[in-house]
Design a protein around this ligand. Structure first.
Ligand code: F6P
Length: 412
């Protein structure tokens, strides 16, 4: 056995987050000074220029030609990984579906001189899969097809892989991972593995390189101190959105997550316009707290007409739930899900942005930065500043930053 070397074999159907996890591992391990390289079968396949690999039949296990080519690609990467490890490399990551037992046996046989860890990525959340597939079919590989054709082709590709999919069970060292929630579902480690403690920790932690947490600009409801509803931005709110767009124009932000409300989407639009390629992705998980019977009322009206609501909320704002609505306490699950969704969909992007609301942004912030529950509903969320969050294993940073000259856009 060659000491202090490891092969990580990614396993999972397409669009399950394997490559995102592989590249995150690589970045963190390299930062630790551990020479790590990814060997990705898809990249190699796409480089074989004259080959049309976008058609689903290419992935049909009964198609001899397609199978032959894919096996050859896998072998090339196995050999390259071996060479890398024999020449001073420490960790080789084989990034491919590797869903059949046969393929995994081949890998184990050819790389028997090295310790092996199999990591299976599992995510059966329909909605997230669909969004993630949408992202895949935007790749140049599918450019010649229309959206519907590309979607159908990709789904059929997945179906072919499903016919040969054998979940991990017999391998000596493996982890089965819920790749959406970063949770280990099953773990079998039969021998001491180099770097395992570090790797395990990386697999289960949320990681975000730069998250810009922005609140929507001023709305007509804000002017009257009204809550909830779906009010659009005021001219000053639009000005704030333009200032945000200008501020972020020199950063590459491929995805801007918003709620489904007008005010967050209108705030995101000028930001998107200043980017070369960016998409606005509205997630209802980021909709503002539902104030139920109090929707669209002002705080003054609630105090006068529903004093019991006003008082009870004042007593315990975190746990108070609006009649027929939500409270901070009941928002937690959906907000966590929204964050996971945004992180999953943005892959390993360097910069991501969420344009949210006051209560929503408090909950998002407290997801990354510990706050006592009773303090969460009072976190300062202004409209003329944003939070810059870095939360990786090695760095935690939370900065409240201005995006425009104070006078022009500051809210009272
Ligand atoms: O901007 C107003 C608002 O986003 C309301 O829609 C929401 O109910 C409120 O802020 C949340 O803040 P708090 O919990 O402090 O009332």
């Amino acid at each position: 056995m060659k000491e202090n070397t490891l092969v990580i074999v990614m396993v999972g159907l397409p669009a399950r987050g394997k490559s995102t996890i592989a590249s995150r591992l690589k970045e963190d391990l390299r930062r630790d000074g551990i020479r790590t390289r990814i060997f990705n079968n898809g990249d190699l396949r796409r480089r074989l220029k004259r080959l049309d690999t976008s058609s689903p039949e290419f992935y049909d296990p009964q198609n001899r030609e397609g199978t032959g080519i894919r096996e050859k690609i896998a072998l090339t990467n196995i050999r390259r990984a071996e060479r890398f490890l024999r020449n001073g490399g420490r960790i080789a990551i084989l990034d491919a579906t590797n869903v059949s037992r046969n393929r995994r046996k081949t890998i184990a046989a050819l790389l028997k001189d090295f310790a092996l860890l199999f990591v299976e990525c599992i995510n059966e959340d329909r909605e997230i899969l669909e969004a993630s597939i949408e992202r895949k079919i935007a790749l140049p590989e599918f450019a010649p097809m229309g959206r519907a054709e590309a979607l159908e082709s990709f789904l059929r590709r997945i179906a072919y892989y499903e016919t040969i999919y054998a979940p991990l069970s017999e391998e000596r060292n493996f982890v089965r991972l819920d790749s959406l929630y970063n949770r280990i579902l099953e773990e079998e480690i039969s021998e001491p593995l180099p770097y395992y403690d570090r790797l395990r920790d990386l697999l289960v932690s949320d990681s975000v390189k730069n998250l810009y947490l922005v609140r929507h600009g001023e709305t007509f409801f804000n002017l009257e101190d009204r809550i909830g509803g779906d009010s659009p931005l005021t001219p000053r709110g639009r000005e704030q959105a333009e200032a945000l767009g200008a501020f972020f124009s020199n950063k590459r932000i491929p995805m801007i997550f918003t709620s489904t409300k007008k005010r967050t989407i209108q705030t995101a639009e000028p930001i998107m316009r200043r980017q070369e390629h960016a998409a606005i992705i509205p997630l209802r998980e980021f909709d503002e707290i539902d104030s139920g019977d109090c929707e669209c009322m002002s705080y003054g009206e609630i105090r006068n007409r529903m004093p019991e609501v006003y008082e009870a909320r004042k007593r315990d704002k975190f746990n108070y739930v609006y009649p027929n609505g939500e409270g901070y306490v009941t928002m937690k699950t959906r907000i966590d899900r929204g964050i996971k969704k945004a992180l999953y969909l943005s892959g390993n992007a360097d910069h991501i942005m969420i344009v949210g609301h006051r209560a929503v942004n408090r909950m998002i912030l407290s997801h990354f930065l510990y706050r006592r529950q009773e303090d969460v509903p009072y976190i300062y969320i202004p409209q003329h500043k944003f939070y810059h969050i870095v939360a990786t294993q090695d760095r935690k940073q939370f900065r409240l930053r201005s995006f425009a000259p104070r006078k022009a856009v500051e809210m009272p």
